[in-house]
Design a protein around this ligand. Sequence first.
Ligand SMILES: Cc1cc2nc3c(=O)[nH]c(=O)nc-3n(C[C@H](O)[C@H](O)[C@H](O)COP(=O)(O)OP(=O)(O)OC[C@H]3O[C@@H](n4cnc5c(N)ncnc54)[C@H](O)[C@@H]3O)c2cc1C
Length: 509
Amino acid sequence: MIIDLEDVESPALAAHYDVCIAGAGVAGIVIAKALAEKGRKVLLLEAGGKYFTDRSQDIYRGNVVGHEYFDLDVSRLRFLGGSSNHWGGWCRPLDAHDFEKHAHIDGSGWPIDIGDVAPYHAAATETVSIEPLPDDQDVAGSGGDLKEVFFRTSQVWFKDKYGELLANSENIDLLLRANLLDISLDPLTGRVAGFQYCGYHPDDEMLEVRADAYVLAMGGIENPRALLNANSQRPQGVGNENDLVGRYFMEHPHFDIGYYLVDQKRAGLGRERRFLAPTRQLITEAKIANCGIRLEEADAQTREMLLKETRSDLTAAVCASNAAVDWVKSVNPGFRCPSPMERPERVLKKLPFDGAGLLRSASEQVPCPTSRVSLGDETDQFGRRRAALHWQLSPLDKDTIRTSGLAVGRYFAEQNIGRVRLFDWVLDEQAGFPGFEDGEELAGNHHMGTTRMGSSAADSVVNGDCRVHSVDNLYVAGSSVFRTAGHTNPTFTIVQLALRLADHLAGLV
Ligand SMILES: Cc1cc2nc3c(=O)[nH]c(=O)nc-3n(C[C@H](O)[C@H](O)[C@H](O)COP(=O)(O)OP(=O)(O)OC[C@H]3O[C@@H](n4cnc5c(N)ncnc54)[C@H](O)[C@@H]3O)c2cc1C
């Protein structure tokens, strides 16, 4: 059943539900569906209606006070189906080593491992309607440093695929235009006693729903914002005893990092794009995080331009940094940089390259406590403080991109498959990251880490079951629970974790 708070003053709801979920985006819909199929009674509170409205979207406005970032009301959508209404659909699971502890990455090491989410892989594939994902392939000739990884693209908008099911399920009540505004706690047990919500009209009353278990599924910025704003009984916010809610905000920084010229056939190109990533071996040895490097074939016209105009630049590209020169000398002691006097045509004749394109990175950002979502001073129409995002990247994040880019360049040059020209800012160890003004894409609209998972309340907000450490019956769904981010788009893992959480809840209620 779907009820729109716009149409009714007081909705005819059950007195009690097994589970109440705030947020009917990807995670909320997946959990509701899975619980309903197991016969559990679910109430879904969704702040938006069936379509975009300025009034709902306005609540997502906030401040960006750190590293340049997208406006917060542009980077997500606040209506049924959530941000899946404009996602790109790129899907791939995290790597097994993304869950593991890496000695050189502070705060890494989930309390669960790949074996905990793998049983939900097939169901996640069905949920987003993609073909089975191919296994990663080691890249022969890369010295064990690189592997090829594969994505599938989902065409699913969750509102469209699951709207009818939500309307017809006997076990799901979906309340539209119902804004979760507060979390009431039982003063004796500290458990959640009810979720408080309200419609948009100024004279709408605050209503409360009761359930055995409660789930926040409002996205990686709203989940911490709701916990921090729920300060009527806990001045520091719910679940925030150790000042961790909102901290460790992570994104996948996206950058154009250089150009390549290749022998298309030997590079496995001649198709639109190819993805390479550092192996666990390179990550451990070079002490970096994970990174996806996308080889994006230029269109015919750009390719011609690159082949003609940047050939000499690319031929000399191995001289672009001391690191590259040292490396080339180590594998080819006779190597010398083409001198400015050397006629480029002679050098180029030796390099029969026919493919060219852009090298792009989508990399893992390592956990950083000062990269955070907090509450700003401005309030929304409900008097709740808006989100303030202080996104902060660290030197290790830059190192990850540089090292991974160089590994691709090394592999191409060593196998004489091609040449890579990394941009100067990538090679410059002192330089930071470029911003929007330089025409960069910056990030993936992936909001992760702000209610991070861990085995101890001292360094995390939720436990391995996605339950808030300090509140027995309050759970969090979505990428805010990610402890580390990998380089892969998050939604496939969000779906796996949501299915796992539904199983856990079904065992309790
Ligand atoms: C432009 C863009 C492209 C993307 N491309 C990809 C991609 O290719 N691959 C990928 O994996 N990911 C991609 N993403 C990210 C993906 O959309 C998110 O990971 C995913 O939607 C998160 O799911 P969620 O359920 O946690 O949050 P959402 O889908 O955002 O759902 C949150 C829900 O909570 C509701 N809500 C918010 N506040 C309240 C409240 N107070 N009370 C009640 N309800 C509330 C919202 O209306 C919304 O329906 C992209 C995102 C964007 C913006």
